[in-house]
Design a protein around this ligand. Structure first.
Ligand SMILES: [Zn+2]
Length: 281
């Protein structure tokens, strides 16, 4: 772990930790855990961090985000929790650009790349764990669903909680952009979402293929329905079969929209265009 709680309740990162200044009584930053942790200075290519000793009371509690390897969904929940507490303590945030133009078949990538090159000399590098650990001078970006999945299944939640995503002129904590479909659905109908693309996760229950449009439905809840929509002009880009989709946990990417035609049956939609708008979890 890269951050810990001091005796006065403040958060300190391993990079800023100074025993003389901060004292040695430091605990796990997960509020449900709070067990003693120890500072490990950097050595042999491993950067400084905090860890439990594994002895006595210095063992992470079961519900702690550092007690074991978390699933994608568990990490999303923990990052959301930590992001709130890290922000309160003014911990360094890393701003990352969201740029998924390369997965969009409607954007002429070549023209787009040329335009980008005119603006900035170098394309931002895809965000990775190293960039989160050190201050990299080069801008970082998120360029695919796969990189989101990789980050959330391999990087510790307190590091992920420092990510702020820059998209469409907004700067948004990453935990707010990744949501379970039911939470996103409720937010859409309460007008509590922003006009930016979201990453939505959930389990696919049903696929309906009509002549002009295909619907991929997540499991219905008492709050309503959530469907991924593919229009006929994109059918050729979407080759996943029903049996590859039904019953699978996926992450999908796109803009959220209410289905205004049938307000009785509250339903939220997200238009997707190719296989690359879905990542299996
Ligand atoms: Zn812990």
């Amino acid at each position: 772990m890269h951050s810990a709680l001091l005796a006065d309740g403040k958060v300190v990162t391993a990079k800023d930790y100074d025993e003389k200044m901060h004292g040695v009584r430091i605990v796990c930053m997960d509020k449900c855990c709070n067990v003693p942790v120890y500072f490990i200075p950097s050595s042999k290519g491993v950067i400084s961090h905090f860890k439990t000793s594994g002895k006595g009371s210095s063992v992470h509690k079961e519900e702690c985000g550092f007690s074991r390897k978390l699933t994608f969904q568990e990490t999303v929940a923990k990052v959301s929790e930590y992001q709130t507490s890290l922000r309160e303590h003014g911990i360094r945030e890393i701003v990352v650009k969201l740029n998924l133009n390369s997965i969009d078949p409607d954007i002429d990538v070549k023209t787009n790349e040329r335009k980008q090159r005119e603006k900035i000399e170098k394309e931002p590098a895809d965000l990775d764990e190293d960039a989160l650990k050190e201050d990299k001078p080069t801008p970082q970006s998120i360029g695919s669903l796969r990189s989101v999945k990789k980050l959330f299944t391999s990087v510790e939640p307190d590091l992920l909680a420092t990510i702020i995503v820059s998209v469409k002129g907004e700067r948004i904590p990453i935990s707010e952009l990744i949501r379970h479909h039911d939470i996103a659905h409720v937010a859409v109908w309460e007008d509590k979402t922003l006009n930016v693309p979201y990453f939505i996760h959930g389990c696919i229950e049903k696929v309906i293929r009509r002549k002009k449009v295909w619907y991929i439905n997540f499991t219905a809840t008492e709050n309503g329905f959530f469907s991924l929509i593919i229009f006929d002009r994109h059918f050729k880009h979407f080759t996943l079969k029903d049996n590859e989709l039904i019953g699978k946990e996926v992450l999908a990417y796109g803009m959220l929209k209410r289905n205004e035609f049938n307000k009785e049956k509250k339903s939220t939609e997200m238009i997707i265009k190719t296989n690359r708008y879905i990542e299996f979890l």
